[in-house]
Design a protein around this ligand. Structure first.
Ligand code: FES
Ligand code: FES
Length: 214
């Protein structure tokens, strides 16, 4: 037993069993052992530069700010959605230097100097990105909450595929895939959950966009 943590209590196996609770242990902990108190220095804003959708932004952020919160709360780019905030749904997917990333799982300071593309940055002036147009054409959504993440993920996924990246269901790791089967698309998009279950339409939209070589 670490006596520096439990200085005033003689804790034995019997005391714990007799009290039937861990309250004795918890109440005797020195202040700050369970909930460490962040040093004030840790909260010093960090100055970072992000190139978001082609525009340079200098931000002073709490170093604990996620990329998702930096985009939504500091740059008011609310097209990127917060679903689970735990890396489980994919609603927050953006492209970082062309690679898809769950922006709720990464800190903004880790992307100082990098290029971020959100759903707002995919269109060319008034023209939708082919992936966006395909989602509209195929009704690849119902409530739309997952849609920006689905679209960004699909754009990144096709780029990965073109570079020859295999997936878990790719049978031949030698021959490059010329086109993705429904199974490949479903596997590669499996990090993006749609609670409205618009999956058949999402797959159809991606296949169309794939044909247009987005
Ligand atoms: S909000 Fe990021 S994965 Fe769900
Ligand atoms: S369209 Fe509603 S969650 Fe996907």
């Amino acid at each position: 037993m670490d006596e520096s943590i439990f200085p005033n209590v003689e804790v034995t196996r019997r005391t714990v069993i007799e009290t039937g609770t861990t309250a004795l242990l918890l109440s005797s902990l020195p202040h700050g052992v369970l909930a460490s108190e962040p040093d004030q220095a840790d909260r010093t804003p960090a100055s970072i530069e992000l190139l978001v959708n082609g525009h340079a932004h200098t931000l002073a952020l709490d170093p604990r700010t996620t990329l998702l919160d930096a985009l939504r709360e500091h740059l008011t780019l609310t097209g990127t959605k917060k679903g689970c905030d735990h890396g489980q749904c994919g609603a927050c997917t953006v492209l970082v230097d062309g690679r898809r990333v769950n922006s709720c799982l990464t800190l903004a300071v880790m992307h100082d100097g990098q290029s971020i593309t959100t759903v707002e940055g995919l269109a060319f002036d008034q023209d939708l990105h082919p992936m966006q147009a395909a989602f509209v054409e195929h009704d690849g959504y119902q409530c739309g909450y997952c849609t920006s993440g689905q679209i960004c993920s699909a754009v990144g996924m096709l780029a990965e595929s073109r570079e020859g990246m295999p997936s878990y269901v790719t049978a031949d790791l030698i021959q490059p895939l010329t086109e993705l089967s429904d199974n490949e698309i479903r596997e590669r998009m499996s990090g993006n959950i749609c609670r409205c279950a618009a999956y058949p339409n999402i797959v159809a939209a991606i296949k169309q966009a794939m044909g247009e070589q987005t």
